[in-house]
Write a protein that binds this ligand. Structure first.
Ligand SMILES: C[S@@+](CC[C@H](N)C(=O)[O-])C[C@H]1O[C@@H](n2cnc3c(N)ncnc32)[C@H](O)[C@@H]1O
Length: 233
């Protein structure tokens, strides 16, 4: 796996941003079900297009989107305008004071670091700046066809050359900071719960119950991403 530098992300988003901006976010609806409290503050790190942050902001939550690459931040500002608070933050060294946000999260960022030492450093900094919960979302290694798709695409495009995680592996990076729960993102049930025209019409409290108690018991072979939620000590 190649190490992806700032220049890589600036160029890669030139090619992919429009697709990402127009694809409905999958994580935002899951976070909405996990964290119903709208008075909390949220930070997305390594946000890229920041589409999940935008989704959460539209639900009335106080959300900041961030990324370490200047060009990526500028593009997101241009696209989202005043709908989202956006700032430049390096996830390794955020420069933020301790417990700055109630909930911090990132989606697909750790998947670009092959070295465990980097992941541990990212996790420690995230735990430091989070007041209540830290959330990590990575690509699911248990889903074999999904891995195959990425492997085939990576021949042409290094964006798809990423690390996939198993549930226990992801948990091992998080649980020293507090009790950690695992949920699917992009699983058949998660899709149903987020779909406004089907189960999405159920009250949010019911969808949240189903998501939190039933979705984690479904087979991770059908999950696209794994969400790890750590309640900080
Ligand atoms: C896979 S993309 C995230 C995509 C995002 N979830 C979305 O839906 O658009 C990873 C992002 O992490 C950013 N990134 C890489 N290293 C970073 C770091 N040290 N701190 C913050 N962001 C970083 C990259 O610029 C890139 O936009």
């Amino acid at each position: 796996m190649i190490e992806k530098e700032s220049q890589f992300w600036a160029e890669s988003w030139d090619r992919h941003a429009s697709d990402y901006f127009t694809t409905p976010p999958h994580l935002g609806p899951c976070l909405e079900l996990l964290f119903p409290d709208k008075s909390w503050t949220y930070l997305e790190m390594g946000g890229g297009t920041m589409r999940d942050a935008r989704y959460l902001a539209q639900t009335g939550r106080s959300v900041t989107g961030s990324d370490s690459v200047e060009e990526v931040v500028s593009r997101a500002r241009l696209y989202h305008g005043s709908a989202l608070n956006i700032t430049k933050i390096d996830a390794f060294h955020t420069g933020l004071t301790a417990k700055s946000f109630d909930v911090t999260y990132h989606n697909g960022v750790w998947s670009n670091f092959s070295n465990d030492r980097d992941i541990r450093q990212l996790a420690a900094e995230q735990a430091r700046i989070s007041r209540r919960y830290m959330v990590a979302v990575v690509h699911c290694r248990h889903n074999q066809p999904y891995r195959e798709t990425f492997r085939a695409r990576s021949v042409e495009d290094p964006l798809y050359d990423i690390r996939f995680f198993e549930i226990d592996e992801l948990r091992s990076f998080m649980e020293s900071f507090g009790p950690t729960r695992i949920y699917p993102c992009g699983s058949p049930l998660a899709y149903q719960l987020a779909d406004r025209w089907r189960w999405g019409r159920l009250p949010q409290s019911i969808r949240s119950l189903i998501y939190r108690h039933v979705a984690p018991r479904t087979s991770p072979k059908d999950w696209f991403r794994i969400i790890a939620v750590t309640r900080l000590y």
